[in-house]
Design a protein around this ligand. Structure first.
Ligand code: C2E
Ligand code: CA
Ligand code: CA
Length: 238
């Protein structure tokens, strides 16, 4: 963080029927001159443990806002970008004030930023979580529940949350050939529809998976079948 080695890659979220890009997700990258490429699954938990995750996610936000501002300056259309937010950050008292400050500083409308919060945080403090989501919505941000289906949380909390999107965890998509998993995926897609939320399928790697998802009524997805995460410069070429 001190040496500014944290970078951001973007992965498109795509309309499963037309293949058109709907928005992007920002993913943190660390290429260390000494250690090489470190996987997020390694440095994100480390940052969480060391109390540095908020700082790291603020860097991610800054890079995304810089990218959006640049697009605006050179006359490219803006794209919504989803930022991953850890539990520590999400429940921190300065999360929303800092976010709102930065949006103003960079002159970007709130609707261009989405917040992804993993279901794994458990939403233990569901009341507080509800308040934060409500506030985000009031400010014009959209929110997404990430890794849905892995968090062992009860379904009843979901209908209370003012979120616009749920992301079906990659582990379900990769095992959809099993009848039981297929039933779960179908159910999550229906649940999202009934709650007026968008279901986003993560980790689509084959056209077969894409076709099954379309037949189940899923409209949005992400995965190597479409695009791998790419640099900010590459994203500008799309
Ligand atoms: P995630 O939020 O679930 O992000 C999706 C991960 O799946 C990304 O891994 C992405 O590269 C990978 N992926 C996308 N499509 C496919 C596919 O078709 N097949 C496979 N096998 N993988 C696919 P990545 O970039 O390694 O990130 C891993 C995790 O690290 C993320 O999972 C997220 O939980 C965390 N992460 C990354 N950046 C941040 C951040 O800024 N803050 C927080 N809190 N977590 C972050
Ligand atoms: Ca995510
Ligand atoms: Ca995910």
């Amino acid at each position: 963080l001190r040496r500014e080695e944290i970078d951001v890659h973007l992965q498109p979220k795509v309309d499963l029927r037309s293949g058109k890009i709907i928005s992007f997700e920002a993913l943190a990258r660390w290429n260390s001159p000494e250690l090489g490429n470190i996987a997020p699954d390694v440095f994100i938990p480390a940052a969480e443990k060391n109390g540095k995750i908020r700082l790291l996610e603020q860097v991610v936000l800054k890079r995304v806002l810089t990218w959006l501002r640049k697009r605006k300056e050179i006359g490219l259309e803006l794209r919504q970008v989803a930022i991953n937010v850890s539990a520590d950050h999400f429940f921190h008292h300065s999360f929303i004030p800092h976010l709102v400050d930065k949006m103003a500083e960079y002159g970007i409308e709130h609707k261009w930023i989405q917040l992804e919060i993993t279901e794994r945080i458990g939403f233990v403090d569901i009341e507080t979580a509800h308040q934060v989501f409500k506030k985000l919505k009031r400010y014009g941000f959209t929110s997404s529940v990430d890794d849905f289906g892995t968090g062992y949380s009860s379904l009843s909390y979901l209908q209370k949350l003012p979120v616009s999107e749920i992301k079906i965890d990659r582990s379900f998509i990769s095992t959809m050939h099993e009848q039981g998993t297929l039933a779960i995926v179908r159910t999550i897609i229906q649940l999202a529809e009934n709650l007026n939320m968008t279901a986003v399928a993560e980790g689509i790697e084959t056209d077969q998976q894409r076709r099954v998802l379309v037949s189940l009524g899923c409209r949005v997805g992400q995965g190597y079948f479409y695009y791998r995460p790419m640099s900010l410069e590459e994203a500008n070429l799309l």
